[in-house]
Design a protein around this ligand. Structure first.
Ligand code: NAP
Ligand code: MG
Length: 462
């Protein structure tokens, strides 16, 4: 994998205004694997101008042609799948099989879905004596996190391009190489110059400049609630559209009639995969008191089995943060049944797959997003108690319900304040709207709902 020493703006790689760089580190061995430019406000401005200049032509490009470019992008990503997986493994640290099966494959599916949606979507509709035009919102500022580096980028850029918007992307500083690879793919796919632009850089510098740029029409952000709140406030003050995908603290509700072993094993795998760095992870497992001890034993065994197969977390700061949460959980009275607050290896930012039992709803580890391989197991008395606990956080991004009968799980899921619920271990659907209730965010990604975020309506009356 090679790092570009420029920014991708207006269809070409060009030097950044300043000389600052970001060192890219492999979190598995702490070695520096590349350097990319740390763009600043001037670079963001250049990129926004390029996106603005390209907007009118791209917005007027027939949807079928936009769809063809997205189809070509999908094909380039598919052809470069191994390179994508290798790059994600190098800068995020996830085990290669997971990078192949998820980090590389899911974005290919999502890019493909938007190639189809762009071709099939009605960008015009008749309502009584009106024709309603669905027009692109304009220039999009996209700010993405490192946890699913390519997925987070494609989930914003593909629908934006399908809608006829142009984009400036500021990817996470920890995973800029995947973003550069994506820019190469966009170029190879024949997307016209200026339609997609990449400015690598730091959040408080390039990210903030992009979020506050007066000529950006829509800011789409995925990341922490703290930064999301600031971006939302700035967008509100400027009266511009904003989409926020923030944190989660999702509940995995195991009803008494469920297949306990299956629910626990899938639940543990859900939390441990990607080293717990998944905003929609079911980090709170809720079990009826009669089956609680058995569930804890199963969860501890499942987590122990993960041992060596888990990758590191993304950086030293996240490692310290996650280990700190485990310590805090124990200090507040949780019982450690797997893993613990000691770093398991001398090199690399590893955290042991950890299970905390006897967690009660008000504990910090039951309320705050940890973003590491840490599962909290909580006990409930009855269904009403389970619902109170499940809904008892500021978040509402995802969740799971397990029951003997699907209808019983669905009845419970209807009462959950959350944007997605997997029923008895339902499969990921790249077309299903994804996004949060409550403080988990504003707006939806993926599928036609994700496309709608990048469109605005104009009504013509006859
Ligand atoms: P973050 O700081 O919110 O990062 C997300 C993106 O926002 C990155 O590109 C970041 O740049 C950028 N950013 C940071 N400060 C900014 C600012 N003032 N203005 C504009 N953009 C800014 O998140 P993080 O520090 O990487 O992770 C912290 C916590 O956030 C995690 O522990 C987790 O709880 C949560 N998180 C949630 C998700 C999710 O999918 N919901 C994803 C990642 C993290 P830099 O990369 O330079 O910081
Ligand atoms: Mg940050």
């Amino acid at each position: 994998m090679k790092a570009h020493d420029g920014l991708y703006i207006g269809g070409a790689w060009r030097p950044a205004a300043g000389r600052d760089e970001i060192e890219v580190v492999n979190p598995a061995d702490e070695q520096v694997i590349g350097r990319v430019p740390a763009g600043d406000a001037m670079d963001v401005d250049t990129a926004v101008r390029a996106a603005r200049a390209a907007l009118a032509t791209w917005a007027a490009t027939p949807p079928a042609e936009r769809a063809a470019r997205l189809g070509a992008l999908r094909d380039v990503l598919a052809a470069r799948k191994d390179e994508i997986a290798g790059t994600v493994t190098a800068e995020l640290g996830s085990p290669l099989p997971f990078s192949q099966a998820v980090h590389a494959s899911v974005p290919i599916a999502v890019a493909g879905s938007y190639a189809e949606l762009a071709a099939a979507h009605s960008f015009e509709e008749k309502v009584g004596n009106s024709t309603v035009l669905h027009e692109p919102v304009g220039v999009v500022g996209a700010i993405t996190p490192w946890n699913y580096p390519l997925h987070q980028i494609v989930a914003k850029v593909a629908p934006a391009l399908a809608a006829g918007c142009t984009v400036v992307l500021k990817p996470a500083e920890d995973t800029p190489l995947t973003a550069q690879l994506f820019a190469e793919a966009v170029h190879e796919a024949g997307v016209p110059a200026g339609v997609f632009n990449l400015v690598t850089g730091l959040g408080p510098v390039a990210g903030q400049a992009l979020a506050e740029h007066p000529d950006v029409d829509l800011v789409s952000f995925t990341g922490s609630t703290a930064v999301g709140r600031r971006i939302g406030a700035a967008a509100g003050a400027a009266v511009k559209k904003v989409a926020l995908e923030l944190g989660g603290k999702s509940a995995n509700v195991i009803l008494p009639s469920a297949d306990l072993a299956r629910a626990v094993n899938v639940g543990v795998a859900n939390v441990m995969s990607n080293s717990g760095q998944t905003c929609s992870a079911w980090t709170r497992m809720l079990v009826h008191r009669d089956r609680y001890d058995e569930a804890v034993e199963l969860a501890a065994a499942a987590a122990a089995k993960y041992g060596d197969r888990i990758g590191p977390v993304v950086n030293a700061r996240q490692q310290a943060r996650v280990l700190g949460y485990i310590e805090k959980g124990v200090a507040e009275g949780a019982r450690l049944v797997a893993g613990g607050p000691e770093a398991p290896r001398e090199q690399g930012y590893f955290v042991s797959p950890t299970v905390l039992a006897d967690v009660t709803p008000e504990m910090t580890v039951a309320q705050e997003e940890i973003f590491g391989p840490v599962l909290s197991v909580l006990r409930y008395e009855d269904e009403e108690d389970a619902l109170r606990i499940a809904n008892g956080t500021v978040y509402g991004l995802a969740g799971a319900v397990w029951a003997g009968e699907e209808s019983e799980a669905v009845a419970f899921a209807r009462r959950m304040d959350t944007g997605q619920v997997d029923i008895n271990g339902g499969r990921f659907n790249p077309l299903a709207p994804f996004g949060g209730y409550k403080q988990s965010g504003v707006g939806r990604e993926l599928g036609s709902h994700g496309l709608a975020e990048y469109l605005q309506t104009k009504s013509l009356q006859f």
